[in-house]
Design a protein around this ligand. Structure first.
Ligand SMILES: C[S@@+](CC[C@H](N)C(=O)[O-])C[C@H]1O[C@@H](n2cnc3c(N)ncnc32)[C@H](O)[C@@H]1O
Length: 322
């Protein structure tokens, strides 16, 4: 049996018997006026962050969500889109599709604004999406792509890129790990399916995304997630896993490479009215300007004593140009 089959079986089980604590994160669940999330959906929150950001949801976007789980994030997306088929949910596990459908029926009773037909559930595989090219504004996945091995992750990202409209956004939440995870843990199909041993270092994860063609990447959050310890896992050392929230935008690839925003800010504190790097960045005295890592590096390379560049905050929520 392949690890993809093991993954399906793990989530068939997780659909039939909700497992509180599978994945699970410190990201707060959205509390919004009039939004009531059924308990079963909360129990089946199998994500490791949030992919729902109201700032992405302007201009009546068409939303795709891959790997539906109990449906909580689809309900949250539907809160903003509120139209028939406004959110398309794709999952490869029949039982998960059925449970999420049941959960939407409960949500319909608890939420006057919600109708189950706001969400269209479709059976399909992240590696071969049953979705037309260039048809989606916002594509999201939470805690699925980290399970995929290199070639499958590449394919899953290519599929998201294919279905997104130009300038469309891919919002991802996944565990990442800066340590080398031992091969025996990486090859443990169940641990991988439980989002515990497939993670990549953040730099490699971002490179997979930009190699797919996404010209802009934003790191929106990075949080402590799990510890794999020598008593409970086959490892000689403690392994620290984080979870990240990332937005990748299908912008054209800049000639000098992708813009990756990790939360760096440039502040000019010189005596002139402004500083112009002649590449589109105007720094006004003592006004912070969010810059991508490429621009931060270029400004630092000027070795000026009147420009301060902050470290990455790993919390970027807009406001930059690059
Ligand atoms: C860790 S759960 C995350 C669920 C949901 N995103 C959440 O945040 O609660 C992974 C989800 O991906 C689904 N899944 C597993 N393999 C898949 C595949 N190859 N294509 C699409 N969905 C898949 C599972 O059935 C499950 O719903």
């Amino acid at each position: 049996m392949s690890y993809l089959e093991t993954t399906k079986n793990v989530y068939k089980e997780a659909a039939e018997n909700p497992q509180v604590g599978l994945c699970c994160t410190t990201t707060p669940v959205w509390q919004l006026p009039g939004l009531s999330i059924p308990k079963k959906m909360l129990d089946m929150n199998y994500g490791c962050g949030s992919t729902v950001n109201p700032r992405d949801l302007v201009n009546n976007p068409k939303i795709l969500y891959v790997g539906v789980g109990g449906g909580m994030e689809l309900l949250q997306f539907a809160y903003f889109s509120r139209q028939k088929d406004g959110v398309i949910g794709v999952d490869v596990v029949d039982e998960m599709l059925q449970v999420s459908k049941d959960n939407f029926a409960i949500a319909e009773k608890d939420n006057a604004w919600f109708s189950s037909d706001f969400v269209k559930l479709v059976k399909g595989d992240a590696l071969n999406l049953p979705i037309e090219n260039n048809s989606i504004d916002i594509a999201a996945q939470n805690c699925l792509f980290n399970i995929f091995k290199h070639d499958d992750l590449k394919k899953a990202l290519q599929e998201m890129y294919r279905v997104l409209k130009p300038r469309g956004r891919l919002v991802l939440s996944d565990p990442t790990c800066e340590q080398r995870i031992p091969g025996k843990l990486r090859d443990d199909e169940r641990l991988r399916a439980l989002c515990l041993s497939g993670s990549l270092p953040l730099k490699d994860y971002i490179k997979m995304i930009t190699d797919t063609g996404f010209g802009t990447v934003e790191i929106r959050a990075k949080r402590p997630y799990r510890i794999l310890d020598p008593v409970n896992y086959d490892t000689d050392e403690l392994i620290f896993i984080e979870s990240v929230e990332v937005c990748a935008i299908k912008d054209p690839m800049p000639a000098d490479g992708p813009c990756v925003f990790t939360g760096k800010t440039a502040i000019y504190y010189g005596m002139e009215d402004f500083f112009d790097d002649m590449k589109g960045h105007f720094l006004m005295p003592n006004q912070p300007l969010a810059v991508c890592d490429k621009t931060a590096g270029a400004l630092k390379g000027l070795n000026r004593n009147d420009i301060f560049i902050s470290e990455s905050t790993w919390f970027y929520d807009g406001g930059g140009c690059c």
